[in-house]
Design a protein around this ligand. Structure first.
Ligand SMILES: Nc1ncnc2c1ncn2[C@@H]1O[C@H](COP(=O)(O)OP(=O)(O)O)[C@@H](O)[C@H]1O
Ligand SMILES: [Mg+2]
Length: 257
């Protein structure tokens, strides 16, 4: 199962991604938890110790590795290097979870970041080709995905808060995801306090499939202030996420038959 999570900043992408990583790992899958948001917080949310996280270099910053993998300094470089060793060397393991940080992808301007981009592409393609589960915690821009890598993603979950900005961004992400050709696109309403807010999301995202709604929970909010997290447990799951997860897995099984 390969799931990408996107949506507006603050909507709850990392909260949802961490919950899905926890559930998949609990159910016995090896899960690659990929922090593809330059504003990286997935590791912290999963309760990895900050000191350990500080030692992980985001992939895009591995200058020498990128140079070596892409083949020297000429104008031509290897578009599809073998990066399995990189994945092993630059991921943090805990139980069934393998955490990786992509870092900010650079674009445009005067410099060419083709090597960096094709290196990240190769890493993503390699992960998406694996048997193991992959959860990508993305920004709203989903800039790490290309038409090629999007084919490897089974489902993108677009997290939407019941605000004008929240549904606007969610709509744009759905459109982007459709253009990239991602197989499954589902909206997940988050931080819901009242029934009308569900209706608000449905009304502003007509034609989109809604995976469910998660209530606003003080417990979830307060966890983001804790300074001494020691992992992620069943009690840290946002209410309602497990139902969404079960539904997603069931649909996935149906699709594979
Ligand atoms: N269902 C929820 N109830 C309460 N707070 C939530 C909920 N979902 C997310 N939050 C809080 O909102 C903030 C932003 O969530 P986060 O997952 O970091 O968003 P994103 O990754 O989209 O920027 C965090 O403080 C998080 O604890
Ligand atoms: Mg985040």
């Amino acid at each position: 199962m390969k799931i990408a999570v996107s949506g507006k900043g603050g909507a709850g992408k990392t909260t949802v991604a961490a919950g899905l990583v926890y559930l998949l790992a609990r159910d016995g899958y090896t899960v690659y938890a990929v922090d593809a948001d330059p504003d990286a917080t997935l590791g912290l949310t999963l309760g990895f110790p900050p000191a350990e996280l500080a030692r992980v270099t985001p992939l895009v910053e591995l200058k020498e590795v990128i140079q070596e993998k892409s083949g020297g300094s000429g104008a031509y470089f290897n578009l599809n290097p073998d990066v399995d060793d990189v994945i092993a060397a630059y991921s943090l393991s805990r139980g069934n979870i393998r955490l990786m940080l992509m870092g900010g992808v650079k674009q445009g301007g005067s410099a060419c970041y083709c090597r960096e981009n094709s290196f990240l592409n190769a890493v993503l393609n390699t992960l998406l080709d694996k048997q193991e589960a992959v959860v990508l915690d993305m920004s709203a821009g989903i800039e790490h995905l290309t038409r090629g890598t999007a084919q490897g993603v089974d489902l993108i979950i677009v997290v939407a808060e019941p605000t004008r900005a929240g549904v606007k961004t969610a709509g744009l992400v759905c459109k982007l995801a459709r253009e990239l050709g991602i197989a499954g696109i589902k909206v997940l309403g988050n931080k819901i306090r009242r029934e009308e807010e569900k209706e608000f999301i449905r009304r502003h995202l007509p034609g989109e499939t809604i995976a469910g709604f998660l209530p606003y929970a003080d417990k979830v909010w307060e966890r983001s202030m804790e300074e001494q997290l020691t992992g992620f447990g069943a009690g840290d799951l946002p209410a309602g996420l497990e139902e969404v997860y079960v539904h997603i897995l069931r649909e996935e099984m149906k699709g594979k038959k």
